[in-house]
Design a protein around this ligand. Structure first.
Ligand code: NOJ
Length: 576
């Protein structure tokens, strides 16, 4: 156990700063607010925070368009407020990792402002410039990937929005400047970084065009309307083909190694987690990223036992292929870019039960779990109804494009936009049943509307007081995880892996054997584990049950599992 690093044993919690806690009452989250909530986070039982971008930004992409890498967005506070936040987190034994956006800056960043000013300024070559658009590449957010600048009579490349020009990572000066920014925060004591969109850093040097017979807008529209399995398959193929020359190109491993060497030069096991599911970015296990996300787990319309078994088998096998020590998985089901777990994986009949199963899954599988703020109280997607409310520029671009260029009726366009925009999963955290969910004072317009379901118990305060709330369920599970070594560092052994209704597995260390059963069905199950090698006729000592924890011991042979039950037990020799 002691040989594991902190980032292997920790449970991470993602804070989306704009929406987490509003300390100064202006409708936007800030550091004052976060600091006030640190006791809540400590009490919840998380060990580390991933902070989405907190840097100055014109917010075309909600902070992922950074205009100064070494400062704090004024709406969030000052650098001193950040230092206080870091210090107060550390005092509570909570680590902090930041978001590192390497691929692009804001078009308002001083580097770009200088670069675009002429063809021969000192930063002329810091971004990717061409005399004419060399191909049909698309931006994944807003149309063409090449945007014209009159000052240079040239075009610059942007994988994301036009306000997010791609840096030219072939230029050593770019690296130097970005590594300085990386050191700036490491010097202040941050514990690591989540690396944004690393796959997009380099492009195909031959600038090979894509061959998809659509533009990005058309493809998004096609995707909206795709309903048959064939159409969905074609949609996925088109998305892949459209961007394959703009993704995962040579040079990334060398770059990740350089970054790793920087973090390794600091004490305290600073860590890097990549926003990518490719295990290759973990290098040999010791020389690139510490973790990459197991995104394939969440890339499904439904979390089923079959899907999880398949995912685990593939994922753990891939990790085993790493040459050196670190083969550590990293699991998550939600973040600021996708529909909330509660909505996305619910079935509208058993959403509450399913949310409990999904939480248990992430917290008991082998690997480091990442939770997204609000999921612990069951926050749901919030559908915006008017285009003026949309803050995610990718959403408003889509709306206007399909209305003006494709003639889609504004009402339908709004429905589609509400579904595709990431605003739906970024609404303010619901702290209480006070007006504005206690996020901001009454009568203050919050930056995105507050989901009205805060008044129906989906808020922290009510749930703290209710012993059976989702929040208390998370707290309880986090405690069980912390006090059960095998759930943290035990090997994963699937059992009954062909079962369709439930997902069962063991987590095993030399000293402890834990059986986890997640019943994904509305049926009561009668299960027999007595012929499983590691279990036989031993007994099961209940550590956690979402249905009936009063039954301290259960039999391995005739084990009743209630509908949607989460059952965690220690396998122990039967009393003589
Ligand atoms: C991935 C981030 O998670 C997303 O929110 C952002 O829009 C893009 N990268 C661009 O930075």
């Amino acid at each position: 156990m002691n040989s594991l690093k902190w980032w292997q044993t920790a449970v991470f919690y993602q804070i989306y700063p704009r929406s987490f806690a509003d300390g100064n009452g202006d409708g936007i989250g800030d550091f004052k607010g976060i600091v006030e909530k640190l006791d809540y986070l400590a009490d919840l039982g998380v060990d580390a925070l991933w902070l989405s971008p907190h840097f100055p930004s014109p917010n075309w992409d909600c902070g992922y368009d950074i205009s100064d890498y070494c400062n704090v967005a004024p709406e969030y506070g000052t650098l001193d407020d950040f230092k206080l936040f870091l210090d107060e987190s550390h005092k509570r034994n909570i680590r902090v990792i930041l978001d590192l956006v390497l691929n692009h800056t804001s078009d308002e960043h001083a580097w770009f402002v200088e670069s675009k000013s002429s063809r021969d300024n000192p930063k002329a070559d810091w971004y990717v410039w061409m005399d004419t658009p060399p191909n049909n590449w698309q931006s994944c957010f807003d149309g063409e990937a090449w945007t014209y600048v009159p000052e240079r009579d040239q075009y610059y490349y942007h994988y994301f929005m036009k306000q997010q020009p791609d840096l030219n990572w072939h230029n050593p000066k770019v690296k130097e400047a970005m590594w300085d920014a990386v050191r700036f925060w490491l010097d202040l004591g941050v514990d690591g970084y989540r690396l944004d969109a690393i796959g997009t850093i380099y492009e195909d040097p031959n600038l090979t065009p894509h061959e998809v017979p659509m533009t990005m807008a058309e493809l998004r529209r096609y995707s909206d309307l795709a309903s048959t399995p064939e159409e969905k398959e074609l949609r996925d193929k088109y998305f892949y083909d459209m961007f394959k020359n703009q993704w995962a190109q040579g040079g990334l491993h060398e770059l990740m190694k350089e970054l790793r060497a920087i973090t390794d030069s600091y004490d305290g096991d600073r860590m890097l987690v990549g926003e990518d599911d490719n295990i290759d970015y973990m290098g040999n296990g010791e020389d690139e990223l510490h973790l990459v996300f197991n995104f394939p787990l969440m890339k499904t319309e439904r979390i089923t036992p079959e899907h999880i078994h398949k995912n685990q088998a593939e994922r753990l096998k891939q990790l085993e292929s790493l040459h050196l020590g670190n083969k550590w998985p990293c699991n998550t089901l939600g973040n600021h870019d996708c529909s909330r777990i509660h909505t996305r994986y619910g079935d509208k009949l058993h959403d509450a039960e399913l949310a409990r199963l999904h939480a248990a899954l992430v917290l008991t599988m082998k690997g480091t779990p990442f939770l997204y703020n609000g999921e612990e109280i069951g926050m749901t997607d919030y559908m915006l109804t008017d285009i003026s409310q949309v803050k995610d520029t990718m959403g408003s671009w889509y709306y206007h494009t399909i209305v003006t260029e494709m003639g889609v009726h504004p009402e339908e366009a709004m429905t589609r936009t509400a579904e595709m925009t990431r605003d739906k999963n970024r609404t303010p955290m619901q702290w209480s049943k006070q007006p504005n969910a206690g996020f901001s004072p009454e009568n203050i317009a919050t930056w995105l509307p507050v989901n009205s379901n805060y008044a129906d118990g989906i808020n922290v305060k009510d749930q703290i007081q209710s012993p059976y709330s989702l929040l208390n369920y998370y707290k309880h599970l986090l405690k069980v995880r912390k006090s059960t070594p095998a759930l943290i560092h035990g090997e994963y052994i699937p059992v009954h892996s062909t079962a369709k209704d439930y997902f069962a597995f063991l987590r095993v260390t030399e000293k402890q054997k834990i059986l986890v059963i997640l019943n994904f069905s509305s049926e009561r199950l009668e299960l027999d584990f007595s012929n499983i090698k590691d279990i036989n006729s031993q007994t099961l000592q209940t550590l956690f049950s979402s249905a009936d924890a009063s039954q301290k011991e259960r039999s391995t042979k005739a084990l009743t599992i209630n509908p949607f039950e989460v059952f965690i037990a220690e396998v122990k020799p039967a009393h003589a």
